[in-house]
Design a protein around this ligand. Structure first.
Ligand code: FAD
Length: 477
């Protein structure tokens, strides 16, 4: 993958920039020793690494604004960072950039049960938002599998989703307002503790903008009362295509499960070896979960099982207790960890119309043979958000490049069948140079003009999202 050439003039004034940053931040909040900045050299797309010039950890919106003002004046690129779990390289630095980490911004600012909202600082982890309200019977719905670690800031930047987003929507559907600091240090309030704001939908523009437009420091989020109950059913099938067809039929029938998760044989095998969840020995399995009152759950599961039986499942296992539900979810929840035991993998993220699942799964299987690399599939099938995990060996010369080419072919296929390049992980550096597959030059130019408005110098998270060639005239580096 091509990387931009760092700006030598910026690197040359490192000492001066670090000294200015240290003037506006508390002791220990400016990290510049090369041994320590290495901690920020990559995110979860660990195949690509580059330590930043420095990293800063501000503790308030005012400190974030002060940092951005200095970097703006000095012409230093800034890469916002939450918890660094991006799978798209969104938080990967360049050698001439300052990482702006929001981990110290992690307080709950206000909980308002009457209006069902919570206001938090943006570095707070996703799971700990629910943690702050669950004793009172509430929860925050978007649930990325990384929710123990990832921050609300990263969730907003990537418009993250999760297993239960089929019913509740992704981050954008649960975000009501943000405090945003633009590259020149201006603090802007967008949206708030109400359903909709007047004027243009700026919140919609910010959510999913991948740290291109400003640094989010606070967020107002919708919280929901916990459902009365939830119950999953596990279904095993003879082929991935049949499992895909079953998903399409469930969606077509108009039932709205809270989650439909898919795993294929390579993933089931790895998971069984890792977690021993007791999954059936089959080509593909689905976990379908519904929630509501006991009567609602029975009715929905009855219909879902009826649809599943039309596809001759090799196993149809309904949970009868909390322990059985936990066992059904155990394998799915440890799937990424299990795949990590097998070696290096790259996790893709394309979205397709649900009806295209059987075709796309078959083509991915064929492409695996064509590219000579293994692939495992585990994903949120209900909303067509696929996560093929391509297995490769980082120590085998040429394997990473083959993996990149295989990944690009899968994402092109997603666009071909009417889907898109990313469902929830974002574009980052990973899909940057594929944006031309989805958007024509006029589209891309319109999107880049939005960045021009917020960040005319293109200093914020540069060399991400837009193809390097298309953005070359705008970026400083
Ligand atoms: C094991 C695993 C499972 C995962 N499962 C899911 C999943 O189910 N669903 C899903 O959607 N994702 C998933 N992810 C991807 C990742 O966790 C999400 O993209 C998450 O939202 C990133 O959050 P973060 O705080 O780690 O952000 P980071 O990785 O730090 O940054 C991500 C992006 O956000 C920008 N950013 C960070 N902070 C700010 C800020 N304050 N203001 C503006 N921009 C900012 C960064 O510049 C970068 O572009 C998974 C990742 C892993 C490793």
């Amino acid at each position: 993958m091509d990387m931009p050439v760092p700006n030598a003039a910026v690197i040359a004034k490192k000492e001066h920039v670090v000294a200015r940053l240290a003037e506006v931040l508390p002791e220990g909040a400016v990290i510049h020793d090369p041994a320590e900045t290495r901690a920020y050299e990559c995110d979860a797309l660990a195949a690509y690494r580059c330590p930043p010039m420095a990293a800063v950890l501000p503790g308030s919106t005012a400190e974030v604004a002060a940092v951005l003002r200095i970097c703006h004046e000095e012409g230093v690129p800034v890469v916002p960072r939450g918890s660094g779990t991006s799978l798209a390289g969104g938080a990967m630095p360049t050698a001439d950039s300052v990482i702006l980490g929001v981990a110290r911004l992690n307080r709950v600012l206000e909980v308002d049960y009457d209006n069902r909202v919570i206001r938090v600082e943006a570095g707070r982890t996703n799971l700990s938002v629910t943690g702050a309200v669950e004793a009172d019977g509430f929860f925050y719905a978007p649930d990325p599998s990384s929710q123990l670690a990832c921050a609300i800031a990263g969730n907003i930047a990537m418009n993250s989703g999760g297993a239960h987003c089929l019913k509740y929507g992704v981050t954008t559907n649960n975000l009501l307002g943000v405090t945003l600091v633009t590259m020149d240090g201006t603090v802007v309030e967008i949206g708030g503790a109400y359903m909709d704001a007047g004027g243009y939908d700026w919140l919609g523009v910010i959510c999913g903008s991948e740290g291109q437009l400003g640094v989010v420091t606070e967020a107002t989020l919708r919280i929901l009362p916990k459902p009365e109950g939830a119950r999953p059913v596990l279904m095993g099938f003879d082929s991935s295509e049949v499992a895909g067809a079953c998903v399409a039929d469930i969606i077509k029938a108009g039932v709205l499960p809270v989650a439909i998760e898919f795993m294929d044989r390579p993933c089931i095998r790895a998971t069984e070896a890792f977690a021993g969840a007791g999954y059936p020995d089959c080509e593909a399995l689905l976990i379908v979960e519904v929630e509501g009152s006991p009567a609602e759950i029975d009715e929905q599961l009855g219909l879902i099982k009826q649809i599943a039986r039309r596809h001759d499942p090799v196993e149809l296992r309904e949970s009868g207790s909390e322990a059985e539900s936990a066992a059904i979810w155990k394998g799915r929840k440890s799937a990424f960890g299990a795949m990590g035991q097998l070696g290096d993998y790259m996790c893709l993220d394309g979205t397709i119309p649900v009806s295209a699942l059987p075709h796309v799964l078959r083509r991915i299987g064929e492409m695996s043979a064509e590219f000579g690399l293994g692939v495992a599939n585990v994903f949120h099938a209900g909303d067509g958000n696929m996560h093929p995990l391509i297995l490769f060996d980082a120590n085998t010369p040429g394997d990473l490049e083959r993996c990149e080419a295989f990944g690009a072919a899968i994402l092109k296929l997603c666009v071909e069948v009417g889907g898109c390049l990313t469902g929830e992980h974002g574009v980052g550096i990973e899909k940057r140079d594929l944006m031309g597959v989805q958007f024509d030059p006029v589209d891309l130019e319109a999107q880049m003009r939005v960045k021009d408005v917020f960040d005319p110098g293109w200093l914020l998270n540069p060399a991400k999202v837009f193809p390097l060639e298309a953005s070359a005239g705008r970026r400083a580096g």
